[in-house]
Design a protein around this ligand. Sequence first.
Ligand code: C2E
Ligand code: MG
Ligand code: MG
Length: 642
Amino acid sequence: MQYVIHFEISAAIILLVILGDYFRHKKIPTIQNKTYGWLLIFSFSGTVLNILTVLVTDIAIRIPIPVLFLLNAAFLLATGISTVLFFIYTVALAGKLRKLHTAAVFFLLLPYIIEAVFMLATFFTDQVFYFDQMHQYRQGPMHWTLYLVYYLYGGGGFLWIMLQRKKIGIRRTILIAGTFLIISFFVVIQYLYPRYMLIGLSAAIPLMVYYHSIQNPYNQVDTLTGVYNRAVLVPYLKEFFESRIPFSVYVFALDDFKQINSIIGIKNGDILLKKVAQYFDQTMPDGNVFRLSGDQFAVIASGVIEDIENVEYYVNHFPKIWMIEETAIQLSSCVLGFNGLEYQTVGELLTTVDYAIVSAKKEGKSSYHLVDKSYKDSSLLNKKVNEALIRGIEQDRIKVFYQPIVSRKENRVVAAEALVRLDDEILGPIAPDIFIRIAEQNGLITKVGDIVLEKVCMFLNKNDIIKWNMDHIDVNLSVIQCMQENLEERIFSILEKYEVDPSMIDFEITESAAASFATLEKNLQKIYQRGISFSLDDFGTGYANMEYIVRLPFDTIKLDKNLLWTSIESNSKTEFFKNITHFINEMGLSVICEGAETQEHIEYLEEAEIDCIQGYFYSPPLCEADFIRFMNYFCEKNHTLS
Ligand code: C2E
Ligand code: MG
Ligand code: MG
């Protein structure tokens, strides 16, 4: 028979090009990628062997039959292995194959092994193929059994894809199913017209299609730094989770990289990033390096991190000086360690990573942590609360409660503190201490702050607090809000909308190290000039910075409830408590004390000459309707409040 091998030669060239390019690039070592690599190798060798079997037909008479047999058998074995690999690759593509168990591999290979033994035995039986007197290849009566293996593995893979189609998505299903159809088409043609050699092409076309869509190594690597990108991190981590192989994650978050970029320029910043990535690649050979985001890298290694010293090691050994051309740049990094299997899913692990980076950054440069389970719980809580906040804003579930502030001497409610409440449909009521902190982290605080002020203004618009002899409503203003450029406009546009006089509002502000003092001062002064008063909240807990009291326009200092509770317990602190109060009064400021719960607290405050008191002793925070009832009750009956 005169064989046509042109298709096989083109297939061999195509496969060689893909093979060269594929192995030149770095790729993440997943089962899918490894199988694809083997597929290329076996398909290429099968095709070359096939070409050789044809090329030797003219000189076959001079070649001993055992050599001819080995050549043909090697071709058939390589092609058979490719078929099995195709099946494994398909299952891995559908995301179902994370670890190959020995038993599973054996059962998977069984049909192929039987077929291979049967085919090798043909040397003695002549059943599958044999060589005639002219040493020419001839099909035996059982030649068709070779095709059984193709149809078994091919059909199995096709069925698998069809069953998993929902999971892998319509586009990939069409792509993979399409390649199966191409292969089947070639195999049928090959069977009907054995003269045309097509087996190599039937592998080369699908492998080329995969190379350009799913397997492209260019899609796996971050183009700037040459390490893996975040997109391939997820499938890579999934394999660890499903195989339950212990693994650890080291996250490096470079300090002040934005600032460095602005000093040395983006181009040099990119060079620096590249150098840092190379450093990770070289110094951590057991791990795979990923670029998580701009200035964050993750190294995934097998095994667990035993203790914090392992993490500390990387902070201490991170090079302090980096040379870019002639310039020496100082660089440091926060390092976080995670033991992967403490988490349930990849999503959970990556969320924790993101949260942990934010908190590590807050602690300052070169901070390091071994992030444990408890952090995971709190980071998940953060995520849930964040979602609840978004829901709360959308569904108008953010409410304002009012807690009276009482002057004992004047026997009246001088003010009320507006306190935000969030009763989520899933999580139930969430403490403001928790959701305000989270809103401050994610930027929602400005929205929440606007909602609270708007509700308070609506309340003031409907209710004349002067008739209750009240001076104002106290509204908490987060320091993050105070940093807004347009704070003044935002506040006064709300006040104007509800025709509220600025003197009806007092803003409570907490000392914070996070604030830029200059911006804070500028913003507060502008608002103060327009008639809104300010109180310093939670005095005695924070950064007790005298500059705050002296330079910012406060009229009132609110002593924190913990200051009251602890000072009442120890005599030495009682003195301090009294002195502080005198000192504030002497500065011409008034004092309010929070947290008075008992008669004992009230008497103690009386002794310290504190007149204005807020606390459960008088009333907890009340919803709007209850607060109105509370005020009407005292005003109508002219009750005494103490
Ligand atoms: P804060 O501004 O110091 O408010 C006083 C807190 O002490 C309130 O807690 C109040 O319910 C509580 N409190 C008052 N008297 C007593 C008492 O006698 N015993 C006890 N155990 N607690 C008392 P709440 O409502 O849970 O608010 C906590 C914090 O959340 C507030 O502390 C404030 O920092 C923040 N917050 C509340 N509403 C807002 C808001 O609208 N905006 C901003 N930015 N923060 C808010
Ligand atoms: Mg307050
Ligand atoms: Mg307070």
